[in-house]
Design a protein around this ligand. Sequence first.
Ligand code: GUN
Ligand code: ZN
Length: 453
Amino acid sequence: MNPPGCSIALRGPAATLTGNPFEQPSRACLATHDDALVVIENGIITAFGPYAALRDTLPASIEIVHYPDNLIVPGFIDAHVHYPQMQMIGAFGAQLLEWLETYTFPAEMSFADAAHAQRVAHLFLRELLRAGTTTAMVYCTVHPHSVDAFFAEAERFDARMIAGKVLMDRNAPAALLDTAQRGYDESLALIERWHGRGRALYSVTPRFAPTSTDAQLDAAGALLKTRNGLFLQTHLCENPGEVEWVRALFPARASYLDVYAHAGLVGPRSMFGHGVHLHEGDFCTCHQSGAALAHCPTSNLFLGSGLFRLFDAVDPRRPVKVGLGTDVGGGTSLSQLQTLNEAYKVAALTGHRLDAVQGFYLATLGGARALGLEERIGRLAPGTEADICVLDPKATPFMDFRAGYCSSIEELLFLLMTLGDDRAVRATYVAGRRVYDRERAGDPFMPAVPSQE
Ligand code: GUN
Ligand code: ZN
C-alpha cells in the first residue's frame, strides 16, 4: 500500500462527469481521456488531464500506477444501504412489511452482540470496496455499538462514510425499541463521538414513520439542529401497504412526506429512500426544500415495491436531487454496476432510456450532489478527495468478447453497467491510497493504519 501523505499518479483511460445529463445533453457532461493522469497528493487530486499534457509537471520521485486496459472513474456513492442486513440479503417471498417482521428485525436483533456487529462491519466495508464504492449512506441498527463498529471499520480505510443509529420507538420487537429520549441521548453521544472525526459524517436515522412516534420524529428534528452538517435519512413511500399504514397512523398529515416535514426533517441534507409512490406535490416539496431521493431499483424489484419514476423526479422544471442506492438487504447487490443494470430496466418499464452517462452520474456526481458533498467527492477534479475506482471492462471472457464490439467510452460504460459487477473492479483508492487490488495475491484489501491522534 502506498503510505499516507505520499504522492501517487494513476495513468490510463479515464472518465468523469462534469455536469448533469438530466439537464444537458449527455455528451456535454462527460469528460474522457484515452490516456489520462490523475495526480494525487495527501489524499487530494491535484491534477487531472491528458498524460501528454501533465507528464512533464510530475516530480521525478512520484509513483505512477499504469492501468492501460482499464477505466479510471470516481469511486461510487451508495446513497442508501443497511449494513446489518448482509446476513439476510435474498430473503425469499415477502413484500416490505412482512419482510421486515420475518427477516429484517430478527437479523437486526443479532446486533445486540457487539462482536457480531464488528464482524459484519468488517465484511461490509470490504464488500463495498470490492464493488468500487467509496462513500455510502448507511443504516446501522438501534444499538449504538453498531454505529461504533461501522465507523471504526470505515476509519481503518479513511473512507468518507455517512451513518447513524436507527431510531424506533414503536411497531417493532421490544428488543429493537428505544424511546424518544433514549434515542435522542444515544444519537447525540454518537454525533459527538463520530461526526466530523476524520471523514466520518453522522446521519440522524429514524427508520420510517411507522416505527417512530411523533415525539421521536420531533426529537430527530431537534438532533439535526445540534451540529452543522448533520444528515437525515429515512424511508419514504416505498410500498403501497406501507403508504396506507402511514395514512392510518398520521391522519392529520397531508401526506407521508408531510409527516417528516412537520417534524423538521425535510431539508437540503435529507435523503429519503425510495419515493416510489410520490405525487407531483411531493416532488415539488423535495425540490423546494433541497431534499434528495435514493433510487433503489434492485430493492424495488426484489420486494415488489414498484417502479421509481426517475425521469419525473429529475424533471428540469423542478428537479429533485437523486442518488443511487443498493438498499441491501432489500436490494440484491452491493455493486452500483448491478444497480445501474436494474435502473436501466426500471427506466425502460416507465418509458425512458437511461443512458450510460446518466447512469454513471447517479452513481457518482449525482450522488455527491444529492448529499451536498460535490465539492469533496464524486468527480475526478483538482481539489476533490481522491476516492477512485479502476474499472475493468474486460473482466470476464464474455465482457472481453463484448467489449471488442464497443467503439467508444460511452459504449464501454454501458457494457459495464449492463454486464459488470464486483469482478469488473480492478482496484479501489480511498483518499489516494490503494485499499483494494483485485490482482494482489493473498488479501486484496490493504487497511490504512489507524491514525495516532
Ligand atoms: N422501510 C423501513 N425499514 C426498511 C428497511 O430496512 N428496508 C427497506 N427497504 N425499507 C424499509
Ligand atoms: Zn432501506
